[in-house]
Design a protein around this ligand. Structure first.
Ligand SMILES: Nc1ncnc2c1ncn2[C@@H]1O[C@H](COP(=O)(O)OP(=O)(O)O)[C@@H](O)[C@H]1O
Ligand SMILES: [Mg+2]
Length: 343
């Protein structure tokens, strides 16, 4: 692997949060592809049991087991690395945990059959989250011999409103369990989550609500003590290119576009709308209405962008993919992340 300067050198666990529907799963997948493009293996992990990753990569539902889902785009003359995916579920994680820490190969399975595992994870939602963050921490640290198994782990994490609690829960559990393996486990998990190896990225779109949620989420993470968590990048998703100059935008947004001039322009361009009685004037009328709307939106988005820039973390822009989100679309998003230094 060649060294390459990115903004997140040294980060090995990338936690991706954001308001639901802004593209958290999609951006997490694109980030995993981007990170894998230098070679090696990257694990993309979801923790909410939605099977969003399987849908995105068009493969059957993921078991609680790591599966190869994609090969990353390489660079000229070099193959890309591989993206593995895992739909982590707390029950399986608890069984694994019991087997590893108590060194009882079948204890977990027996307890699972008796329904004890279900019971435990239901009565102790905190424990549930520790098991999930624990799984991410374990994958991040995993080695075979001296070699790390994954160069990076990307977690499609819970949404903004729940992220601080989710990531902090091991601290709470660690405070409750004074000694013993659970305490040790919680401490190990926190050791990874609160280290420079972990960064929390926020996905948003340029709309008021998701931007506000991002600001709130960032403030909440910054407020966690002690030490807090390392903030990552702000990933602005579904960005539409604006082709108009500032002056044109202002004119269009103010609804001061000259309909007659536009109608003449259309005619000059060889567009004749013979339909309605108004002809090109009608067409120009609906176009100016559309332009006014788009320009107003673009101006409002500037304000949102400034609010996001005010967070003081690197911002990345991901284009709106208009021809359907498939692997090619994900590659484009991954490319955008790499060009901007996010991976
Ligand atoms: N950059 C993009 N361009 C176009 N469509 C996108 C983009 N990012 C996400 N989408 C689409 O938006 C929808 C929500 O994305 P998803 O990643 O599932 O969001 P979340 O995980 O935040 O709920 C999906 O249909 C997805 O294909
Ligand atoms: Mg999702």
């Amino acid at each position: 692997m060649t060294a390459r300067d990115t903004d997140w050198e040294g980060v090995r666990l990338h936690v991706v949060t954001g308001k639901g529907g802004t593209g958290k799963t999609t951006v997490a997948a694109a980030l995993a592809l981007a990170l894998a493009s230098v070679g090696g293996k990257v694990l993309l992990m979801e923790v909410e049991g939605r099977q969003g990753i399987a849908q995105l990569f068009d493969c059957p539902p993921l078991p609680h087991e790591e599966r190869k889902v994609a090969v990353a785009p390489g660079r000229p003359g070099r193959a890309g690395g591989e993206v593995y995916a895992l739909a982590a579920d707390p029950e399986s994680a608890l069984v694994e945990y019991l087997e590893t820490f108590y060194n009882l190969p079948h204890a977990g399975r027996a307890l699972n059959r008796l329904g004890v595992v279900d019971f435990v994870t239901t009565i102790a939602p905190g424990l549930r989250d520790v098991l999930l963050t624990g799984k991410a921490a374990e994958a991040t640290r995993r080695r075979v011999g001296r070699r790390r198994v994954y160069n990076a782990v990307v977690m499609d994490a819970p949404p903004t409103g729940r992220i601080a609690r989710f990531l902090n829960v091991a601290t709470e559990v660690s405070g409750l369990a004074k000694v013993g393996p659970i305490r040790g486990h919680a401490d190990t998990v926190q050791g990874v989550i609160r280290s420079p190896q972990t960064a929390v990225h926020f996905v948003t779109v340029l709309e008021e609500m998701p931007v506000q949620e991002t600001l709130d989420g960032v403030a909440e993470l910054r407020g966690l003590s002690p030490g807090g968590l390392q903030l990552g990048g702000i990933m602005i998703n579904m960005v539409r290119r604006v082709e108009l100059s500032d002056d044109e935008l202002a004119v269009a947004a103010a609804g001061r576009l000259d309909v007659h001039e536009l109608a003449l322009g259309l005619k000059a361009a060889g567009i004749e709308d013979g339909a309605g009685p108004g002809g090109n004037l009608d067409l120009a009328g609906s176009l100016t209405a559309e332009l006014t709307e788009r320009a107003t939106e673009a101006l409002a988005q500037r304000e949102e962008r400034e609010l996001l820039a005010g967070i003081g973390q690197p911002c990345y822009e991901l284009p709106l993919i208009t021809d359907g989100m498939d692997l090619a679309g994900l590659y484009r998003l991954a490319g955008a992340l790499r060009e901007q230094g996010a991976a």
